[in-house]
Design a binder for this molecule. Structure first.
Ligand code: FNR
Length: 177
């Protein structure tokens, strides 16, 4: 399975990026979110800005995408929302259309970015993706990593289970094709 990982944080020491680095499946971590411009219909023409072309190609090429989102004021960070907006066009041929996707999230609060995860799932569904409902709230993120490694075995197992859920969808699609 070609798995693409997209972190919604621009921070070098991001807990969400760290969470994705704990995925054991072979995967590509998208690290160009900072390069993406804000979504603009006027710029959404052929050719789109180069960073947009690159993330669209990466998502098209992937069998599945796993997002990890921080929570900013109870929702998804603006940069990540822009990415979803770019990936939701062109209508009818959007990179996210029918793409199996899952959402996890980490925050330093005791809730683990659950609001942001719920919002991101809703946004991704609106964009036409096939969204797994299973969530992974990583709470108190500043306490659960050591040198980037997820210390909690249960959280680690739940992260792999979400990846397996994506894998099962991709395999089932291949069998059905
Ligand atoms: C936050 N943070 C935060 N946390 C949370 O659980 N709920 C929230 O609504 C917010 N709101 C919020 C707004 C802004 C502007 C900032 C900068 C931060 C804390 C946030 O979850 C924490 O900084 C995470 O560590 C960010 O994720 P990364 O960058 O570590 O991946």
């Amino acid at each position: 399975m070609k798995l693409l990982l997209i972190s919604g944080s621009l921070r070098a020491d991001s807990y969400n990026t760290a969470l994705l680095r704990n995925v054991e499946e072979e995967a590509v971590l998208w690290d160009e979110l900072k390069e993406l411009p804000h979504y603009s219909e006027e710029e959404d023409v052929e050719p789109a800005p180069s960073a947009v072309e690159r993330i669209r190609a990466a998502v098209r090429d992937a069998d599945a995408v796993l997002f990890s989102t921080p929570e900013y004021n109870g929702s998804v960070p603006g940069a990540l929302k822009d990415a979803v907006d770019w990936l939701s066009r062109p209508r009818g041929a959007a990179p996210l259309l029918n793409k199996p996707v899952a959402v996890v999230g980490a925050s330093m609060s005791m809730f683990g970015a659950v609001w942001a995860q719920a919002d991101l799932r809703r946004i991704l569904k609106t964009a036409g993706a096939r969204v797994i409902e299973t969530e992974l709230p990583v709470a108190k993120a500043h306490e659960v990593f050591e040198d980037g490694r997820l210390l909690d075995a249960e959280l680690h197992a739940r992260l792999q289970a979400i990846v397996d859920e994506l894998l099962n969808i991709v395999v089932a699609d291949e069998v059905a094709a």
